[in-house]
Design a protein around this ligand. Structure first.
Ligand code: ZN
Length: 71
């Protein structure tokens, strides 16, 4: 495996709320942490909101990120 040269600019964290056996023990949640502007988006809770958040935050946040140039 060849390691790609990449720079970490954000972390998307999703907690599915499952225990080791796969049983749901709490509602799923997600948050997004931008390394560039230090802003934390979320957390959001619940399957529907988490799915929506995960689908859009990686394009939504960069569009409004205060630390990025308009590239
Ligand atoms: Zn940002």
């Amino acid at each position: 495996m060849t390691a790609a040269r990449q720079r970490v600019i954000a972390a998307l964290t999703v907690d599915f709320g499952l225990d080791a056996t796969g049983k749901r023990i709490r509602p799923p949640r997600a948050r997004y942490s931008c390394v560039l502007c230090q802003q934390l988006e979320g957390p959001v809770y619940g399957a529907e909101l988490v799915a929506e958040f995960v689908a859009f935050i990686r394009t939504e946040h960069p569009a409004k990120c205060t630390a990025r140039s308009s590239a």
